[in-house]
Design a protein around this ligand. Structure first.
Ligand code: ZN
Length: 591
């Protein structure tokens, strides 16, 4: 049977009220009463967000004459329509005031949306093709459209590149995987191995050094393409789009991204962008790391997937124990690719790795939870982090990245440098990823499959390694593994400040304890995460600098009065300070 397309119309209707108006036409609805749903979460961000709460009005009209019929909300994210012989037209309004990579946002300056925030799915129509009419806003005719969603080229009313008009997707899964930006952004483009890439910048921009940014991004993209397709240099995203799009929202101080099959949505603080005439620093390397991370997902999670994500369960939590592979390995490779591409030096790479190691080793939660469990529990764990998370959880991004690093070194060592983690990634790519959107027979990595895949790719038995470090809570043997690469891992105190064994966070009101590490001196003294620092040793503390200066007036082992506000109550604790905290260092051994 020829499947008739679902027809959506999106109009950014009210910039001051932040409303999109949507129309959905279902040519042949379920005659007994169509159910409509909006995803409860967005793939890549593992938390129930119930986007349907932003639909503020929904009406259904039956037949060619459009007689209004009843609708009823039947769950947090579903509506039941009264019976209708079709066609069925749904009109609804979506509130769009979430400036994040996960939601929708619209005002007089721009409009941005993810499909999961705006496109209702008629249940049972998951495999129907979709047409999307994108309309301009009422207040300006200057805006253009930026998205990897393909223009409906064979149809009347097809959008021209960057224009309003008709776009299309082969099914609902594709429809919600191409975010859309409308407005007047700055746009630059480049080719990586002949494939087109666009970088779109929205927001108030500094004097961006585009030449540098394009050169670095191109290098990173090409290094990744060469990893997965060393011979053909074929890019992955042409199965779903004619180009890759980086949609970048520039703000005062944000950092984050969300991966899609042929694009990514990024948020970045202005200070991280390279500015003409200035040598960029760590923040810029972090931004390149973000670009590298989301681009790597084009292979690893958007095409090579956990089998349980094929297809995604969009209306409830979709659990997997494999995020140490899909987020952890992606976090390992995002940095490795900065170095391999030449975007950062070896020395900078080792410095950045040492920082990750310090960070992971600081969290006592790593001895209580495995990365496999952290992955499975992320919906209520990592994605609902609180002040105690470092004591209770392990982060499958950071420890997962170190597992990628350790496994890579282990495979190189055990195979006498014949094989590496690259071979594992390439096997997963050819087996599962390459044909995923081209009618693949194999639909993703089974939960227990990694040891088999590693053995097949490298002939190394990594099952005991995975049992111990992925399903167990042991610390990775990084110092030993680094020796084989002539790199020395050691710990030393980087400054003389005595430690309170806490993590602090500055905000407009001053400095608060973000985390009190279990077993540390602040914990023993009775301090708590969330306590707001007032004074140490009688000296006022209101930011990181005054905190460190106050600590410098104390000696380790000395008992110091620490005053904090807990809620509105002033409390005093006596803290016996610890010696300065140590940090990991990675040094190349001359040989
Ligand atoms: Zn990621």
């Amino acid at each position: 049977m020829n499947k008739q397309p679902l027809q959506y119309t999106v109009t950014p209707a009210d910039p001051a009220g932040h409303y999109f108006d949507l129309v959905l036409k279902i040519p042949e609805p379920n005659r007994d009463g169509q159910v409509l749903g909006l995803p409860a979460w967005i793939p890549g961000s593992y938390m129930l967000r119930d986007f349907a709460r932003h639909i503020i009005r929904l009406q259904a009209y039956c037949g060619k004459d459009g007689v209004e019929i009843a609708t009823e909300k039947i769950s947090n994210h579903e509506w039941q329509c009264a019976p209708c012989n079709g066609p069925l037209t749904i009109k609804y309004r979506v509130y769009a005031w979430d400036l994040s990579v996960r939601g929708a946002h619209f005002d007089e300056s721009h409009a941005f949306f993810n499909g999961t925030s705006v496109f209702l799915l008629p249940l049972g129509y998951e495999q129907h093709p979709c047409l999307v009419q994108l309309n301009p806003p009422p207040h300006t005719n200057d805006w253009k459209v930026y998205t990897s969603l393909p223009e409906a080229q064979s149809r009347e009313g097809a959008a021209k590149r960057h224009g309003f008009g008709l776009y299309e997707a082969p099914n609902y899964d594709a429809l919600i995987d191409h975010p859309v930006e409308m407005g007047n952004p700055e746009v630059v483009s480049f080719e990586a191995f002949g494939a087109e890439h666009e970088i779109v910048f929205t927001g108030v921009l500094p004097n961006i050094d585009y030449e540098r940014l394009i050169a670095d991004t191109k290098k990173i993209c090409e290094a990744q393409i060469a990893l997965f397709e060393p011979d053909s240099h074929e890019v992955p995203f042409l199965d779903s789009a004619d180009r890759y799009v980086f949609l970048t929202m520039v703000t005062g101080n944000d950092y984050g991204g969300l991966e899609h099959r042929s694009s990514t949505a990024l948020m970045i603080g202005r200070h991280a962008l390279p500015v003409i005439g200035q040598e960029p620093g760590n923040d810029y390397h972090d931004f390149l790391g973000l670009i590298s991370h989301e681009y790597f997902h084009t292979w690893n999670v958007k095409r090579i997937k956990p089998a349980v994500f094929a297809p995604y369960q969009l209306f409830n939590e979709n659990h997997t124990r494999l995020l140490w592979v899909f987020e952890g390995f992606t976090s390992y490779y995002d940095e490795l690719m900065l170095w391999r591409s030449g975007a950062i030096s070896e020395q900078t790479y080792l410095k950045r790795q040492a920082k990750v190691i310090t960070n992971v080793w600081r969290g006592p939660g790593r001895h209580l939870q495995s990365v496999a469990d952290s992955s499975f529990s992320t919906w209520t764990g990592l994605y609902m982090s609180n002040e105690n998370s470092p004591n209770a959880l392990v982060n499958y991004y950071t420890k997962g990245a170190l597992i990628g690093l350790a496994l890579d070194l282990y495979l190189r060592q055990e195979s006498n440098n014949t094989y590496s983690l690259d071979d594992v990634m390439r096997l997963m790519w050819t087996r599962y990823g390459k044909t995923f959107y081209r009618g693949a027979q194999n639909q993703g990595v089974a939960e227990d499959e990694m040891p088999r895949l590693i053995r097949e790719a490298t002939q190394v038995d990594a099952a005991p390694f995975i049992e111990r470090y992925v399903y167990g809570c042991d610390d990775l043997p990084l110092a030993d593994l680094f020796k084989s690469q002539n790199i020395r891992l050691h710990w030393k105190a980087s400054q003389k400040t005595p430690s309170m064994d806490v993590r602090t966070q500055a905000d407009a009101e001053g400095l608060r304890l973000a985390t009190v590490y279990n077993g540390g001196v602040a914990h023993q003294a009775g301090l708590s995460g969330g306590d707001r620092l007032v004074a140490i040793n009688g000296l006022r503390v209101h930011d990181q600098q005054t905190f460190e200066r106050a600590l410098l007036t104390c000696r380790p082992e000395q008992k110091m009065p620490v005053h904090v506000f807990r809620r509105d109550e002033l409390r005093e604790f006596k803290v016996k300070l610890a010696p300065p905290a140590t940090e990991c260092h990675l040094d190349k051994v001359k040989n």
